[in-house]
Design a binder for this molecule. Structure first.
Ligand SMILES: Nc1ncnc2c1ncn2[C@@H]1O[C@H](COP(=O)(O)OP(=O)(O)OP(=O)(O)O)[C@@H](O)[C@H]1O
Length: 885
């Protein structure tokens, strides 16, 4: 809720404390059936037995009905003050309403023995929700006890009769009531046609309710008339003749119709009944009721508007996400393909051509690790062979196992070292790149339902091919052969042919022998062929899976684009329109429809007027727009949403209010009246009237700041031009007319703007915020020319298509007279054909500051001549600017 609206509510409640009190509908009547019918009419469902015996039957005890969360519960209030909840709790979990009415009869209320003082009922009913309204059904002869229920509530008395004529007893009771309530308004309900149908089967009976007359001012304590509220207009709808006479005789007076000033929904509320009633005190009640209802409607409209705006914001954010996904996914795919291809070919190149390189790697690993490997071998503890403390083993077979373990130890270490060198030698396997590629694949595969990460797996294979080179027993068989040779010799020289002792010395010797006998060239040949094979397989798998992924993503992106368009063109505008209507309702209910005074300007889409007082201020400019069809209404609604969601900025003319005039100029056409602060003039007229150069540059700076602010909010203005820059009393500029203003993601290539200011890429439909910089370049050209006439070069063009062709070919206005180098540089930079080369507004601002500083440094007598001498001002904008500009 906006702060000022919240403050208004608070003030209203402070002025009228009664607004905080709940309304208590007090249903009275001498006849049980009549009261039951009245309650059923109010609730839209029978709560009490409709077939209750009339007249003489014992009356029910008072019944208090309040809102309940999810069930229907009954409690009996007994004389000793204790509450006893009955067993009867009837739920309908779906609708939250009572299931088996009428149930109070089943409680035996009609035959109550007098121990029960009143019955409390909790009922889940829209009327009673939130405890703003409660219902009391009280027997009339206990009218005095009515007061028990009326503390801190606003009572509304309703009296039900069984016939259109009062019995003696009823007249007596109503007389009492009139006295007791001090002439308080009473609504009377009498049957329209037949008496009530039997219980259970029938819909609630149709009643005629009678609305009280605005009579002598009289006020019940606690019921304050709403300050400043107009008196309700009342017209006749009298109760049936005999009843009317009887009631008048008691003292009740009648108006002729319900207050016409109540909102439409209230009319609807009472539509099914005939409303008329009688008595004094209504004067106090009607304005109160009206204020309450208006407040409720206002609150509801405000909440609806807030919710719709949130929904719209969510729509726009998701449009951003969708647009981003559509843009980024093909790039990701391309990156993944390219990086994998480079990674593959780099590793392949090593495997293919550089066996020497590989053998050098093996050699380097052997040399650099030799000492470490030997000491690792010396300290090695055998895993699968039982060795005594002195290193003795029992058989030649065990000796063979020991040799194999030492060999594995060395080969594993060599594997790691060679792989490490290989990885280090290929750029693409540096962690950063691999990590980026992996993340890229993960994001692509996030939506891949059937693929289960095939491309990622293939990439892992490529990486594994390099990381886990297998220098296996076969690949190093030369080592094994020579090792065996050596071992055999060792055994042969042993006197008793017993196996040697596999102590540290032996282990070291075996390792030394093995390292000395490694044939790097052969080893590298085997490694390379192994690597090639694996790489090829992994690469093929990668290409296959990325192709499959691409096909799947293509389908998905097409769907995303369809969703984005539907959201942009259908859902968002629809919600925006509802939000616009809710916002307009709030503004109209708070401040009324603004009075249009003098016309102050006219554009393509609307007329701008000054206005009378609205929301306590008079300095409004009201732009009236009559959208011809739904599409235009939707567009207007979206624009309004963007504009209203902008934070205030002193260089932007923001919309402050909106009212829909449903009968504009008595034409039965609906016009949107957009209220904004009124400024002095626009830059077009300002230049015509004469502005000096520093002032004009200052205005250019103001525009740049405004546009920069819009860009910072993710919006593109798309229509920066002289007439959309308004000037205040101090000739400071503000950007206005955000009609074409949109976030980038919501733009779908629509070609909008004012021809001369339109960047060439606008026609391709693919453009971004830099179209505003282009338009600013043209605006700055006008500012530096100090002339509002069309640039000479463009004058040659016959129509706007001609103009655009020239602009696309690079034609631009020529340098204005007296334009500084800095100024000309800035203008030409802004209107560059290539959007990327145009400066950002932050840079534009800096340049303008420099120009202003430069100007200040120039002595007054050397400054450019005053405007009148510089260029003749056009007499009338529309005469000098062709209509297509
Ligand atoms: N807030 C304002 N205060 C004072 N004058 C205004 C205000 N807004 C608009 N005007 C005047 O009304 C003229 C018409 O404004 P409007 O925004 O309807 O049209 P436009 O921007 O000239 O054209 P179009 O909407 O077709 O692009 C402006 O040129 C300006 O002179």
């Amino acid at each position: 809720m906006s702060a000022d609206l919240a403050a208004q509510f608070a003030q209203l409640e402070e002025d009228h404390p009664v607004l905080r009190q709940p309304v208590c509908l007090v249903v009275l009547g001498a006849d049980n059936g009549a009261r039951a019918a009245l309650v059923a009419a109010l609730l839209g469902e029978p709560l009490l037995p409709l077939a209750a015996p009339s007249g003489t039957a014992r009356r029910w005890p008072p019944l208090v009905v309040r809102g309940a969360c999810d069930n229907f519960a009954v409690m009996l209030q007994e004389r000793n003050g204790l509450r006893r909840q009955t067993d009867l709790v009837v739920r309908d979990t779906e609708r939250g309403r009572l299931l088996e009415p009428p149930c109070l009869a089943e409680l035996g209320l009609a035959d109550t023995d007098g121990t029960c003082v009143w019955v409390n009922v909790g009922l889940n009913h829209p009327l009673l929700r939130g405890d703003h309204v409660r219902l009391v059904v009280a027997p009339t002869h206990q009218a005095a006890t009515v007061h028990c229920f009326l503390e801190d509530v606003v009572p509304v008395f309703l009296h039900g009769t069984a016939a259109n004529c009062l019995s003696e007893q009823e007249r007596a009771e109503l007389g009492d009531l009139h006295r007791i309530t001090g002439g308080q308004a009473v609504f009377f309900a009498a049957p329209i046609d037949s008496p009530a149908e039997p219980a259970g089967s029938a819909p609630p009976p149709q009643l005629s309710l009678h609305w009280p007359h605005r009579a002598r001012p009289g006020r019940r304590p606690g019921v304050a008339p709403a300050r400043g509220s107009p008196e309700p207009a009342v017209v006749a709808r009298p109760p049936p003749g005999p009843l009317l006479l009887q009631l008048r005789a008691i003292g009740y007076e009648f108006s002729t119709c319900p207050p016409a000033s109540l909102g439409q929904s209230v009319d609807e509320l009472f539509q099914s009944c005939q409303l008329v009633a009688g008595s004094a005190g209504m004067l106090a009640f009607a304005p109160y009721l009206r204020t309450c209802l208006q407040l409720q409607l206002l609150r509801a409209a405000h909440q609806v508007n807030k919710a719709l705006n949130q929904l719209l914001r969510a729509f726009i954010l998701s449009a951003f996400d969708m647009a981003r996904e559509i843009q980024i996914t093909p790039r990701r795919l391309q990156y993944a393909r390219q990086t994998e291809a480079e990674l593959f070919s780099s590793v392949m190149a090593i495997a293919d051509s550089n066996q020497l390189h590989m053998s050098q790697m093996v050699n380097r690993a052997c040399v650099s690790m030799r000492d470490e490997l030997l000491s690792q071998a010396a300290m090695y503890q055998f895993r699968d062979v039982e060795v005594s403390e002195t290193g003795a083993i029992r058989s030649a077979r065990q000796l063979q196992q020991c040799t194999a373990e030492i060999q594995n130890l060395l080969l594993a270490a060599l594997n790691r070292a060679v792989a490490g060198q290989l990885v280090g030698s290929v750029d693409y396997m540096q962690e950063r790149l691999v990590g980026t590629l992996q993340r890229c694949l993960l994001s692509l595969e996030a939506h891949d339902d059937g693929g289960s990460g095939e491309a990622s797996n293939a990439l892992k294979q490529i990486l594994n091919s390099a990381y886990s080179l297998e220098i296996s027993v076969e690949t190093s068989s030369s080592v094994i052969t020579s090792l065996w040779e050596w071992l055999k010799q060792l055994l042969d020289v042993m006197p008793w042919k017993t196996p040697p002792c596999v102590d540290a010395l032996w282990r070291r010797k075996v390792a030394t022998e093995m390292l000395d006998n490694i044939n790097e060239l052969r080893l590298s040949r085997v490694i390379c062929s192994q690597l090639r094979d694996r790489l090829r397989r992994a690469h093929e798998a990668f290409v296959r899976s990325i192709g499959r992924l691409e096909a799947q993503l293509d389908g998905r992106l097409e769907q995303t684009e369809r969703d984005r368009l539907r959201m942009k063109k259908l859902h968002a505008p629809h919600v925006a329109r509802l939000a616009l209507q809710a916002a307009a309702y709030v503004d109209a209910a708070r401040f009324g429809v603004p009075q249009l005074a003098r016309e102050i300007g006219r554009g393509q889409y609307g007329v701008v007027y000054s206005s009378g007082e609205w929301a306590g201020r008079r300095d409004w400019a009201v732009k009236s727009v009559i959208p011809p069809d739904d599409r235009h209404w939707n567009d207007l609604s979206m624009e309004y949403f963007y504009t209203r969601s902008l934070p205030d900025h002193e260089r932007i003319v923001n919309i402050r209010g909106l009212v829909i005039d449903y009968n504009y100029s008595h034409s039965r056409m609906s016009a949107a009246l957009l209220l904004m602060e009124r400024l002095q003039t626009d830059l077009y007229l300002g230049i015509q009237d004469g502005l000096d150069l520093p002032t004009r540059l200052r205005i250019a700076l103001d525009v740049a700041q405004g546009a920069r602010f819009l860009h910072s909010q993710g919006l593109i203005h798309r229509d920066i031009k002289l007439k959309n820059v308004l000037l205040d009393n101090a000739n400071r500029g503000k950007l206005t007319d955000l009609g074409f203003c949109k976030p980038e993601a919501m733009i779908s290539g629509s070609v909008v703007g004012t021809p001369i200011h339109m960047a060439p890429e606008l026609f391709s439909g693919q453009y971004d915020h830099s179209v505003d910089v282009y338009a600013f370049g043209v605006l700055l050209w006008y500012i530096l020319s100090n002339d509002v006439r069309m640039p000479d070069v463009y004058e040659q063009c016959d129509n706007k298509n001609d103009l655009w062709k020239c602009v696309k070919r690079g034609l631009r206005p020529s340098r204005p007279r007296h334009c500084s180098d800095l100024g000309w540089e800035l203008v030409t930079a802004c209107w560059r054909g290539e959007p990327r080369h145009r400066p950002l507004f932050g840079v534009v601002e800096l340049k303008l500051h420099q120009m202003l500083d430069q100007l200040e440094a120039v002595p007054a007598d050397q400054q450019p001549p005053p405007p009148a001498a510089e260029a003749p001002a056009a007499l009338d904008g529309s005469a000098v600017i062709p209509c297509w500009s």
